[in-house]
Design a protein around this ligand. Structure first.
Ligand SMILES: *[C@@H]1O[C@H](CO)[C@@H](O)[C@H](O)[C@H]1NC(C)=O
Ligand SMILES: *[C@@H]1O[C@H](CO)[C@@H](O)[C@H](O)[C@H]1NC(C)=O
Ligand SMILES: *[C@@H]1O[C@H](CO)[C@@H](O)[C@H](O)[C@H]1NC(C)=O
Length: 866
């Protein structure tokens, strides 16, 4: 009887820091005794398997986290958990959440907080499982990606952060490249001089191998320290031999074609920089922009043409035309750049159109060389609000003005940009969008992007495959080919028995046309692959599927209506067939635990940044029903319970943590008709208020709606919504008409259960229950009717004897140095079965918890929900 868990994409383990004095490898009772990262690369296609093995050395149940960071460009393809020898596999499913609601929530969640949740290059995957004392768990995660060539090298990036010393730690990478490997580097940001020779690196001809296997002592930050210095990025870079400009491989009815000619002269380029100088760019951003532009001016070649367009409320152009990069002009440009200052609002439309107009004029007047590459680079940190501010309209005008003649590169600076808009606009104009992260190296990020597109070698590259022989061809025409990069095209033969292919390749170079024909057959490929043992056979097919999905997703970004639906169907179909976790699929694992309300969701958006998984351990304490409180006492495997009887309209303080700033208060409602006997008046929670004063966040939950107030911004959902929302300091999942899971700040989590009664019930009305999870994330100073029991509490039971109810014996409980008379009974836990609940045996403390709660229960009445 277990619940399915969902998640999306996924690398490293985070365990709360809490040192065991006996064994420094045991953190919070958990020892990760083995962690292996195994990568196999065949023709740029990488399959990585991360295996982590842990054992619970404590004497109680413990939560074990598997928390890894993956490259954003990777797709998870498998995940499994093995607990005490039993494997729980993951399987890929269509993302079932109502898509619109989901996208609405996700788009709202795309804030600073979200981006912070994952790194620049990575996204997080977290899973946790509760395992019994002395039990073992193995997590195994597989992901695949196509390594891209940049600046003349393929780069593979592995995030390493075990957070504790691991007895058996290993990174093992095998590379097979049929063209032959020319160089192989491996480095880690955490590698010290001592660790340098722990990296073993060899390569010869087609094979490369890297192994990194530090001993326990080599992992220590100092001789006797128990902290691990493995924390950072491990990067592998390599390149392959290029005796021909391209390389074609054919296996089992699929082909892949790599194209990266070398030693071609560069094309002169015509670059328009369209730069946002609106008020929001003030300070650091404009300074870094100036710095980057000055560096870029140093790199502009003397046969290039360029110009600057600045947009604030108005549009300013440096020159009315494109200007040749003579030394004098560059000097003048430097003066101009140093003088750039911020001004007013964001007339992005005006800036873009002016830039296109100048570039168009240069081409019409044949002012720039015929064989030259034109590029528009736009940088903004905001959203258009002057001129035309409707982003759809801007896109329409821009697309019409550019007409596919030049690629548009949009750089989004910081978190205030409408990145979706920038991405759509760039993609529909043969370019791409990039984020520039606000940091000390923002200027370097800008320059780095420029470097990628500053060396065009070919224009209008076309790779022609015989149309009638091929199906499922990936993109085969490219506006520009930049030095140091690589063009990859893959496809499928219409007849799977076909085993040879002839391709015509053509591109416009600086001096003349590059044109040649390539021929290849499966036998030649097989020969080139003779010595390799791994993922041979289906790697081209998977590479093809990866590339196809990636490109369809890009296309889908800017598509609408039926075209978008068709693209969605196509991506979904391929993702399911090849088992890739993409923005349209989730991975589901049936979790082996015997408790409910576990919601694990991780989703990959098109931007690929909001992967998050919320797995929820068993509830510790709760309040539900009329209201009854259940306080679990794990070391006794037992519980204490009590009721609070107050009047409708009263507000009770349930949790109050002065350190994290988190409070939870509940407002009571009564039955529809007041009971004449005030003492037997039933009350329930009709409204809960959860706040974090440090994050200026208030969440109000009633039986009808959920309102989130973030500063002055209000968002409301109803219980009919299925929502996953992640924003700074808050994760909220609404499981339609059932419950909502809310994590705040550092991870303190709550589940609120909705109890719906029959609408026409003469007496009862809908009400709410509150279950706390991860209460260890709250501070020692936490108080409130529930909160005070987050600290360990113990009791002793003496003298069990018959009570007034023959089925419920009484006893004496020694707790907090007091003797209380308690009654054995049951209270309902409604998480699993909101209608009937499950009976939880507990010791009932009479008279509103007198003697158990600090002070008297009326001390906990507060004046309002917040
Ligand atoms: C996923 O991993 C598990 C555990 O290694 C394995 O048994 C299973 O075959 C894998 N599934 C796929 C589709 O590769
Ligand atoms: C490490 O601990 C051992 C045993 O406590 C001690 O003998 C040794 O001197 C310590 N070494 C350092 C470098 O502190
Ligand atoms: C979508 O797919 C259907 C069925 O294959 C096809 O008839 C239709 O033309 C497609 N529409 C678009 C806009 O591609």
């Amino acid at each position: 009887d277990s619940m399915p868990l969902l998640w999306g994409s996924a690398t490293q383990l985070i365990i709360t820091l809490f040192f065991s004095f006996f064994n420094p490898q045991v953190v919070n009772g958990i020892e990760i005794y083995s962690m292996k990262i195994d990568s196999k690369v065949t023709s740029r296609f990488a399959r990585n398997v991360i295996t982590s093995r842990a054992v619970n050395r404590g004497n109680v149940h413990k939560e074990v986290f598997f928390d890894v960071e993956l490259p954003k460009t990777a797709f998870i393809t498998n995940f499994s958990m093995t607990i005490d020898g039993v494997t729980y596999p993951g399987y890929i499913k269509e993302k079932e959440a109502a898509k619109q609601e989901y996208e609405k929530a996700v788009s709202k969640g795309q804030t600073a907080g979200l981006v912070k949740a994952s790194g620049r290059k990575t996204e997080k995957f977290t899973v946790s499982v509760n395992i019994a004392a002395a039990s073992k768990v193995t997590f195994e995660l597989t992901y695949e990606e196509l390594l891209k060539r940049q600046f003349g090298k393929y780069e593979m990036f592995i995030k390493v952060k075990p957070k504790q010393l691991v007895k058996d730690f290993e990174i093992d990478i095998s590379i097979f490249e049929p063209q032959g490997i020319t160089e192989l580097e491996a480095e880690g940001t955490f590698i010290t001089n001592d660790l340098q020779n722990v990296i073993k690196k060899t390569f010869s001809d087609k094979k490369g191998h890297i192994s990194f296997k530090p001993t326990l002592d080599q992992q220590r930050t100092c001789a006797n320290c128990s902290q691990s210095l493995l924390d950072g990025d491990f990067t592998v870079k390599y390149d392959v031999k290029r005796t021909t400009p391209d390389n074609l491989q054919i296996v089992n009815g699929y082909f892949v074609h790599f194209f990266a000619p070398t030693n071609l002269p560069q094309l002169p380029k015509n670059i328009i920089f369209v730069i946002d100088i609106s008020g929001s760019m003030s300070g650091r951003e404009i300074e870094q922009t100036r710095e980057a532009l000055l560096k870029i001016l140093d790199d502009i070649r003397d046969d290039d043409f360029f110009n600057f367009i600045l947009f604030g409320s108005d549009v300013h152009t440096w020159k009315e035309k494109l200007i040749k990069a003579t030394p004098e002009n560059l000097d003048e440009a430097r003066k101009f750049v140093r003088g750039i200052d911020t001004e007013g609002m964001t007339n992005l439309y005006g800036g873009m159109m002016k830039g296109i107009e100048i570039l168009n004029a240069a081409h019409e007047e044949k002012f720039v060389p015929k064989r030259s590459a034109s590029i528009i680079i736009m940088l903004t940190d905001g959203q258009p609000n002057v001129g035309i501010s409707n982003t759809e309209d801007i896109r329409t005008h821009v697309k019409k003005a550019i007409e596919g003649k030049y690629p548009l590169y949009n750089l989004g600076f910081g978190y205030g940009v409408d990145y979706g808009f920038l991405e759509k606009m760039a993609l529909e104009n043969k370019g791409l969008a990039r984020r520039i992260y606000p940091d000390s190296d923002s200027a370097l990020q800008l320059q780095g992007f420029y470097d990628e597109v500053s060396n065009p070698m070919l224009m209008d590259v076309e790779l022609h495959y015989p149309e009638n022989e091929i199906s499922g061809l990936t993109k085969n025409s490219f506006k520009h080919f930049y030095d140091g990069s690589e063009i990859v095209v893959a496809g499928r033969f219409a007849d799977i028995n076909q085993n040879s292919l002839t391709v015509d390749v053509k591109g416009e170079g600086a001096n003349d046309v590059l044109s040649f024909t390539t021929q290849q057959d499966a036998e030649q490929t097989a020969k080139a692959f003779q010595e390799q043992e791994y993922i041979f056979g289906d790697y081209i097919e998977r590479l093809w599927a990866y590339l196809t999905i990636e490109q369809l997703l890009e296309k889908r970004t800017a598509a609408t209506g039926e075209e978008k639906e068709n693209l969605t169907a196509e991506v979904l179909d391929l993702s399911l067939k090849y088992k890739f976790v993409t923005p349209l699929t989730s991975m589901v694992v049936t979790k082996p635990e015997d408790y409910d309300n576990q919601a694990g969701i991780a989703d990959k958006t098109t931007e690929g940044i909001d992967i998050f998984t919320v797995f929820i351990p068993p509830s510790q304490n709760s309040v539900d029903g009329d209201p009854h409180f259940i306080i679990s006492v794990p070391q006794k495997e037992d519980a204490i319970c009590f009721n609070i009887n107050e009047k409708p309209g009263d507000v009770l303080s349930l949790i109050n943590d002065p350190v994290t700033g988190i409070t939870v208060n509940g407002e009571l409602i009564g039955d529809k008709r007041a009971n004449s006997d005030a003492n037997s008046q039933n009350t329930y929670f009709g409204k809960l208020g959860i706040a974090n004063k440090y994050l200026n966040l208030k969440v109000t939950v009633t039986s009808e709606k959920i309102t989130i107030q973030n500063g002055n911004e209000k968002t409301a959902f109803t219980w009919l919504d299925s929502v996953t929302l992640q924003q700074e300091g808050l994760t909220l999942i609404i499981n339609k008409e059932k419950n909502l899971v809310l994590s705040m700040g550092d991870g303190a989590s709550f589940v609120i259960v909705l109890h719906q009664v029959w609408k026409k019930h003469p007496l009862h009305q809908d009400f709410l229950g509150l279950y706390t999870l991860k209460s260890h994330k709250l501070s020692e100073q936490t108080h409130g009717l529930l909160g005070q029991f987050f600290h360990p509490i113990d009791f002793t039971i003496l003298e069990i004897h018959p009570g007034s109810d023959p089925k419920k014996p009484d006893a004496t409980m020694i707790i907090k140095n007091k003797e209380l008379t308690v009654t054995r009974g049951w209270q309902k836990d409604y998480r699993k079965d909101p209608k009937h609940g499950i009976d939880i045996p507990c010791w009932f403390v009479h008279n509103n918890g007198a003697g158990l709660v600090d002070g008297v229960h009326t001390d906990y009445l507060v004046s309002s929900l917040f």
